[in-house]
Design a protein around this ligand. Structure first.
Ligand code: SF4
Ligand code: SF4
Length: 381
């Protein structure tokens, strides 16, 4: 780890290997500011460029985009904003999305054209999940991107992931990846599989790039009581900064990506990263406590005791499905798409609503009701 002073701030850099050092804060361009008053409107290029320039001037050197963000205009914005600087002074990350455009050659060429660049420094297979893993691993894209790496049009090859740990293991062991982008935040650490995923990559010596450190904004505002507890502990710190500080404490969290939509959020992230202080033991305990309070208000409080599983005539993996339910409640219905990777007889739709499970649940979860809710929210394939 080393430091560089930029514009009065001390950006923290982590060594990626060789002569590559990456700023610990990475700029994510999936939630760029939009033209005022239109939540689905086009990017406000002027405001977005101002944010990109502020990040660069304060030492950020990692800028992440994807083929599908803002219908492709995120790549255009990033290319235009970064054209102000020497090409070797920053790193661009971009992603191949096979369901948006299966033709990887065509997609890669389009991306270089949108960015107006002749290389992409960090390239990822985008959002590998249980239902997309097969396509990504077998459609020839990896071999093609390795050829592009040989030619120097790709610097490093990795993937981003949104699936079960068992699937992550398969992908991690497919080849020696240069890096992996995982969803890591304290909610998923305590109540999801983030810790297991982080450890799987770390054990294999693969640098982890963190996405969704604030869980899409969820951890920027907790329960009223939880917010008050964090404010009482550190009145000057924002609630979101606790989430950033949590991931800063993970030694293998090489880059922490944050999708910055406005200048206030950008300045808060920069201040948190440059201050460099991670959570102390008492602060970690406090975060775990307020996280538990949040969990009880928004999700199924399954503890994975599996007392219910032996009662299910369908043999459903109920705790795994309830974990998916929680991710759906916190992150949106699209997260349920990964359940399409399960055999039909193991999906929530296989629940026959017999009710045999719920009486055995110490958490008193109405399991059939949640299975029905997931079935209705899923887009079946
Ligand atoms: S209600 Fe559904 S999940 Fe519960 S035991 Fe019956 S089939 Fe299994
Ligand atoms: S019995 Fe309840 S808490 Fe235990 S695994 Fe089943 S749903 Fe989860």
């Amino acid at each position: 780890m080393n430091f560089r002073t930029v514009g009065g701030n001390k950006m923290n850099y982590r060594s990626f290997g060789g002569d590559v050092s990456l700023s610990q804060l990475g700029y994510g361009s999936m939630r760029l500011p939009r033209i005022e008053g239109r939540s689905d409107g086009p990017i406000d290029f002027s405001r977005a460029k101002e944010i990109v320039h502020t990040c660069f001037e304060q030492g950020v050197n990692y800028f992440d985009t994807a083929y599908i963000y803002h219908e492709g205009t995120s790549e255009v914005l990033l290319g235009e904003a970064l054209a102000a600087y020497p090409r070797d002074s920053f790193h661009v990350a971009d992603k191949y999305n096979h369901w948006a455009e299966p033709d990887y050659r065509k997609q890669f060429a389009t991306q270089l054209d949108r960015l107006k660049m002749d290389r992409i420094d960090f390239y990822l297979l985008h959002a590998i999940a249980d239902d997309t893993v097969e396509s990504y691993l077998t459609n020839g894209a990896i071999e093609y991107f390795l050829e592009e790496k040989q030619k120097g049009r790709i610097g490093f090859l990795g993937f981003s992931f949104h699936g079960r740990p068992e699937v992550l293991e398969t992908v991690l062991d497919k080849r020696k990846w240069d890096f992996v982008q995982l969803q890591i935040n304290y909610y998923d650490w305590f109540f999801g599989t983030a810790r297991r995923q982080y450890e799987m990559a770390t054990e294999r010596g693969i640098p982890v790039f963190v996405m969704e450190p604030v869980h899409g904004g969820l951890l920027a505002s907790l329960t009223e009581e939880g917010n008050a507890m964090l404010k009482a502990a550190s009145p000057e710190k924002t609630i979101a900064s606790w989430a950033i500080r949590f991931v800063m404490g993970l030694p293998n969290a090489t880059v922490i990506l944050s999708g910055m939509s406005d200048m206030a959020q950008t300045q808060d992230n920069l201040a948190t990263i440059t201050a460099g202080d991670t959570l102390s033991e008492p602060e970690l305990a406090l975060v775990e406590k307020v996280c538990g309070m949040l969990h009880e208000t928004v999700a199924a409080t399954c503890t994975a005791c599996r007392y219910c599983c032996g009662e299910c005539p369908q043999g459903l993996d109920i705790p795994m499905l309830l974990q998916m339910y929680n991710e759906y409640k916190l992150g949106g219905a699209w997260r349920l798409s990964r359940l399409n990777g399960l055999p039909k007889e193991k999906r929530p739709s296989a629940c026959i609503q017999c009710g045999a499970c719920s009486p055995h649940c110490p958490q008193q979860i109405d399991i059939p009701k949640l299975m029905k809710e997931m079935t209705e929210a899923m887009v079946p394939v």
